[in-house]
Design a binder for this molecule. Structure first.
Ligand SMILES: [Zn+2]
Length: 466
């Protein structure tokens, strides 16, 4: 539904005064703000219509207050138009009007790219990041090494079985940080996670992308875990099916020697992914495949440090530890590691081998407009306008099911007021009905326990849709 205001000129309703007084019997709504300007707007019933209105009116995120000026469909369009793959002068020119939506790390990085584009307008995003990564690597090491050292020190307080595992984990990750190749096990789960991250920025209707996804899925089946035993006939069927689809050859069957070795089967599946990825010119997937084949071969690899993977592995190593205080202390230390959200260097390093499309998408995605359900659906919140608020994707994802009251503590106290000033202004102009806005405010108050002053400005606008 398109939001197209049809403004009608100063309609005066015979029963308007009566209605107005009835609606405004509550003291909270200012009596001096009678407006006779009635406007007709379509009722907002879909997320799409709500988001489109938000973008058009450049509303702010209810939490962080960043301005919301684009949605996911716009990112898809920029990708389709090859804006991210274009020389950075084009990238900067197209995206500058949306810069105000970016914040923190993404905003700073955009400014750096903007500056570089003045000197090297024809450079490409992926190359710029690659060059910046050299400096960022040094800066990041200065922040990461002390944290890992502190964890290593605490590890001495652990029982030997835990200490051994934790030391091995720190060793593996120190090698990754220093880019020293060392033997690492192949993890299908990790491989699949990385492929899903990369394919997120690709066209999922493309047959080659579908082929890569299908093959990747096979890698994660339990029958292919470990490297020893034979493969069950059911698993062989699935492998045949995925490779036959990949090769467009329905008669394809894996050989006898592959059937007897999970290791060889995994190697073959990854080889198929690699071939399809090179046809697609996806160097990132090709590199991931080469790296994975080395792992399967037991050859040292220069693994990439990932904060998320480290925290995940750390939790795994310590999950059964009886000393919960010590566990909490170690995990708290790990939180000190810079993330791509908090550190521009971490963002750059995370993307030093990424394609321009992935970099562009990840730079913009945290700032897209989303529909926040003030009362979460898990707690019975309805999926309707009265329960909707505008939020950037980062805040929306971060909140998850944390209650609003707790989540708001992370932001400046006046953010909520600023947000509602926008919404009440839209309501006063007739974009939302008086009743809907009143309901929105009620739900907000109940969920957040925040007192806002802007509700006093809410005016009753007669509904001319009826
Ligand atoms: Zn936000």
């Amino acid at each position: 539904m398109r939001i197209m205001p049809v403004i009608q000129n100063y309609l005066i309703y015979p029963h308007f005064k009566e209605n107005y007084e009835l609606q405004n019997s509550h003291k909270a709504f200012a009596k001096d703000s009678v407006s006779f300007q009635a406007q007709k707007f379509p009722v907002i019933e879909s997320h799409k219509a709500f988001k489109q209105l938000g973008i058009k009116k450049k509303v702010h995120c209810i939490y962080c207050n960043s301005r919301l000026t684009f949605d996911n469909s716009m990112i898809d369009k920029w990708k389709k138009d090859k804006v991210f793959q274009a020389p950075i002068k084009t990238f900067v020119r197209v995206l500058k009007p949306y810069k105000t939506s970016l914040r923190g790390t993404e905003y700073k990085l955009f400014e750096i790219i903007d500056n570089i584009s003045k000197k090297s307008p024809d450079a490409h995003l992926s190359n710029v990041i690659k060059i910046l990564a050299v400096q960022s690597n040094k800066k990041l090491l200065e922040l990461q090494t002390p944290v890992l050292n502190k964890i290593l020190k605490l590890s001495k307080e652990l029982l030997p079985e835990y200490q051994e595992k934790l030391d091995a984990l720190i060793m593996k990750n120190t090698c990754r940080l220093l880019k020293i190749p060392h033997v690492e096990e192949f993890s299908a789960k990790d491989f699949s996670y990385k492929v899903s991250k990369i394919t997120k920025s690709l066209n999922n209707n493309d047959k080659d992308v579908k082929k890569i996804k299908k093959l990747t899925n096979i890698l994660t089946i339990p029958e292919l875990k470990d490297n020893e035993a034979d493969i069950s006939s059911e698993a062989v069927e699935r492998i045949n099916d995925a490779i036959a689809y990949n090769l467009d050859n329905p008669n394809y069957r894996i050989g006898k020697h592959v059937k007897k070795s999970r290791l060889k089967a995994k190697y073959l599946i990854i080889q198929n992914i690699k071939n399809t990825a090179s046809r697609l010119n996806r160097d990132d997937i090709v590199k991931l495949c080469e790296d994975s084949q080395k792992r399967l071969d037991g050859v040292p690899v220069a693994g990439k440090f990932s904060n998320k993977a480290f925290s995940h592995d750390l939790y795994d190593v310590l999950k059964d530890l009886d000393d919960t205080k010590l566990r909490a202390k170690i995990c708290k230390l790990a939180e000190e590691l810079p993330t791509s959200e908090t550190s521009i260097h971490a963002f750059i390093l995370k993307h030093d081998e990424a394609s321009s499309d992935t970099i562009g998408t990840n730079l913009l995605e945290p700032s897209v407009i989303t529909v926040e359900h003030m009362k979460p659906s898990s707690e019975g919140g309805v999926d309707a306008l009265k329960n909707w608020a505008y939020a950037c994707k980062r805040c929306n994802n971060k909140r998850q099911s944390v209650n609003m009251k707790t989540f708001f503590k992370l932001f400046p106290a006046d953010n909520a007021n600023k947000y509602w000033r926008d919404i009440i202004d839209l309501s006063n102009k007739g974009y939302f009905s008086f009743e809907d806005t009143k309901e929105m405010l009620k739900i907000f108050k109940r969920q957040s326990s925040i007192k806002i002053d802007s509700h006093k400005k809410l005016r009753y606008i007669p509904d001319v849709n009826v």
